[in-house]
Design a protein around this ligand. Structure first.
Ligand SMILES: *Cc1c(COP(=O)(O)O)cnc(C)c1O
Length: 294
């Protein structure tokens, strides 16, 4: 069902000048309906749900959420009933993400923003259980310790050597998996796409929780950090500088990126290269986590 993600090299004057090799692992190409990191995050959650006898999965997301898109696709392909709880009010006609979700059989329901903020509280969950019956809960963004077990596999079967691995960071579930999956001498860097300094702590907590549940090896994970310099003002915030970069990048290289996740990632990588952050003669592996839905 899934194609292994090819690794492509980007050639550029800037890279030559700084003697850095940039490789891109195209997780955006693994499946037409479940792109990028979202499959890795769902994989063991769904296996877990099935083992526990659940036929229904429920999750949360914004109206443009890649996670909602991927969960609806996975539900359809793997035979789960899926329910998507969407932040905010209904807007008709449905946008492409939600109309895809509905076409996969996902049941869509809305929570106003104030209630949505409290979505992890027992009272809200119980209310949802009364409404939809028993379900396996996949958290917003798909991130939990099971997701880390999945995202750890992104670095399996990579047969090239690299010194750095970089990804875009929303909830940090993907970075946590890269931290668990890469060897100690590889530096792992997550580029935060939203504002705030909480991701470093969130990823630490996720790793601890995954260790506790024996989903990843119990050891001290070092040589990783979250870079907070390239969020461009916050989640889904864009500037003309970022937009121009994304447009230029997509024209120069046969790789499409978008401004919400991968645009910020590659902008950050290129900016760090120009500042001499990466050591000479080193190789950077960037994870293309998907995100172009149309
Ligand atoms: C969801 C998403 C991310 C964020 O992944 P986290 O595990 O939440 O940090 C990054 N890139 C793309 C394209 C995504 O859709």
């Amino acid at each position: 069902m899934f194609t292994p993600a090819p690794i492509q090299e980007i050639k550029d004057e800037l890279l030559e000048k700084h003697q850095v090799r940039l490789l891109v692992k195209r997780e955006d190409l693994i499946h037409p309906l479940i792109k990028g990191n979202k499959w890795y995050k769902l994989k063991y959650n769904l296996e877990n749900a099935r083992k526990q006898g659940f036929t229904k999965i429920l999750t949360f997301g914004g109206a443009f959420s890649n996670h909602i898109y991927a969960t609806a696709s996975a539900g359809y392909l793997l035979g789960f009933q899926s329910i998507g709880i969407i932040r905010g009010e209904e807007h008709l006609p449905l946008n492409p993400v939600l109309s895809h979700a509905v076409s996969c059989g996902m049941e869509i329901s809305y929570l106003d923003r104030a209630t949505y903020r409290k979505k992890n509280e027992a009272q809200i969950i119980n209310h949802l259980k009364e409404k939809f019956g028993d379900f396996y809960l996949v958290p917003e963004g798909g991130t939990n310790p099971w997701a880390v077990k999945g995202t750890e596999e992104i670095l399996k079967n990579v047969d090239v050597a690299y010194n750095y691995v970089c990804c875009a960071c929303g909830t940090g579930g993907t970075l946590a998996g890269l931290v668990a999956g890469a060897s100690d001498d590889v530096q792992k860097i997550g580029f935060a796409v939203l504002k705030g300094d909480f991701l470093q702590k969130d990823v630490e907590n996720l790793l601890q929780e995954a260790i506790k549940q024996q989903l990843i090896v119990d050891k001290l994970y070092l040589n990783w950090h979250v870079n907070n310099d390239y969020h461009f003002g916050g989640y889904a915030k864009v500037t003309t500088v970022l937009q121009d970069f994304v447009k230029d990048f997509s024209q120069k290289y046969p790789i499409s990126i978008e401004p919400i996740y991968t645009g910020k990632l590659f902008y950050g990588i290129f900016d760090l290269i120009s500042k001499g952050f990466f050591q000479k003669n080193s190789t950077v592996l960037a994870i293309h986590s998907g995100g172009v839905y149309s």
